[in-house]
Design a protein around this ligand. Structure first.
Ligand code: UDP
Length: 361
């Protein structure tokens, strides 16, 4: 089977790494499969792209569509136009997409219209929030997917509710957690660890990049100031996403505890998370990683497409106001972390399951 694998943005790179490893393993065992890796170029900054290829030993892409930034429509259209050419010149049996970014949806549409089968890894998750571009990408992608690979039974259930054929829905676990387990013994302290006198539990990690939190400079600044005051004697490590950096622009922010750093590579970032006192974020992927690492996570969103991180894991859904965060954080300081577990099949073997199923198709 000839598989074309799509990756466009930071969380995609983390998800494809173990899938490629599992395909390579099957190849060495003589099973009939080959793959071609297409980077759409949606993320192109070195520290959102190249670093992840290097650190996670992902092979150099066979092709880069080089689309770069643009509005939702411009970027989606550019990926579709370029990917159609790629498929014409390099036909395949199956296109595998991961996650919920524009590259996921755009490449799924192109493949399906060329009568090529589509596999979606991380299918079926739903926030119910149609103001999120990711939710639209999820729904469109899943409406034309042939083989669904899910991270939870809830996601599988969502797909059934949408009318997907149950025979094509495979609950396999979480590829992001495969990467986490495969790299835990390689994580390392970032270069500023000693300079900022960081120690286990003496800092909070903060990441914010969703439009609902960062698109309005004034409310973003109020949020940052509020968080800075809230953590008392802890430091805050804030790897600042290029989108957030662009919005903060020239504002002078005099924050006592917050240390602004560049977006981190995977190995440094996971070291920071694993040793942190707590995490405040609006990322979906990070709430999964903190669940497995048992680190308290406070999600600055009104909804989550990953309910298991809250029901089973360490995640607390806070909403987007600093007042609510203050209350929730004060409760945590007083009462400590709630009891938590690890969701079913988040065991580091999801990619092997996916490849085994695909090679039987
Ligand atoms: N991440 C990273 N360095 C950072 C911030 C995030 O390596 O400075 C990783 C993180 O471990 C997680 C992924 O990037 O696995 C999540 O990316 P992002 O928050 O951009 O995407 P989302 O999960 O919101 O889709």
């Amino acid at each position: 089977m000839k598989i074309t694998i799509i990756a466009g943005a930071r969380p995609n790179f983390i998800k494809i790494a173990p899938i490629i490893k599992a395909i390579e393993k099957n190849k060495t065992e003589g099973k009939n499969s080959s793959y071609r890796l297409v980077h759409t170029g949606q993320h192109y900054d070195k520290n959102l792209s190249d670093t992840f290829f290097e650190e996670l030993n992902i092979p150099k892409p066979d092709c880069n569509l080089d689309v770069k930034s643009g509005s939702q429509a411009v970027q989606t259209a550019a990926i579709m136009v370029a990917f159609e050419q790629e498929l014409i010149h390099n036909p395949c049996d199956l296109v595998l997409v991961v996650g919920d970014v524009n590259s996921t949806m755009a490449c799924a549409i192109v493949a399906k219209k060329m009568n090529i089968k589509v596999a979606h890894v991380e299918a079926g998750i739903r926030s119910g929030d149609m103001t999120m571009p990711e939710e639209i990408n999820r729904i469109v992608t899943d409406s034309i997917t042939d083989y669904f690979f899910t991270t939870s039974k809830t996601a599988s259930q969502n797909l059934k509710m949408y009318g997907a054929n149950p025979a094509n829905i495979h609950f396999v676990g979480n590829v992001m957690i495969d990467t986490l387990y495969q790299n835990l013994n390689r994580i390392s302290a970032p270069s500023f660890w000693n300079k900022y006198q960081l120690e286990q539990n003496n800092y909070v990690v903060l990441t914010l990049h969703r439009p609902s939190n960062v698109d309005e400079a004034e409310s973003l600044i109020d949020l940052l100031k509020g968080i800075d005051e809230m953590v008392e004697d802890k430091k805050i490590i804030f790897p600042i996403h290029p989108r957030t950096k662009g919005i903060l622009g020239e504002y002078e922010l005099n924050l006592k505890n917050t240390l602004f750093v560049e977006p981190q590579g995977y190995l440094n970032f996971m070291f920071l998370i694993k040793n942190s006192f707590a995490v405040i974020t609006d990322s979906g992927g990070i709430s999964e990683e903190t669940t497995v690492l048992k680190i308290p996570c406070f999600t600055m969103r009104n909804n989550t497409e990953r309910p298991e991180t809250q029901l089973i894991g360490t995640n607390t859904l806070v909403g987007t106001s600093i007042e609510k965060l203050r209350k929730v954080f004060a409760y945590f300081l007083k009462n400590g972390q709630k009891e938590s577990g690890i969701p079913e099949l988040w065991d580091g073997k999801a990619s092997e399951r996916i490849v085994e199923i695909l090679l039987k198709k």
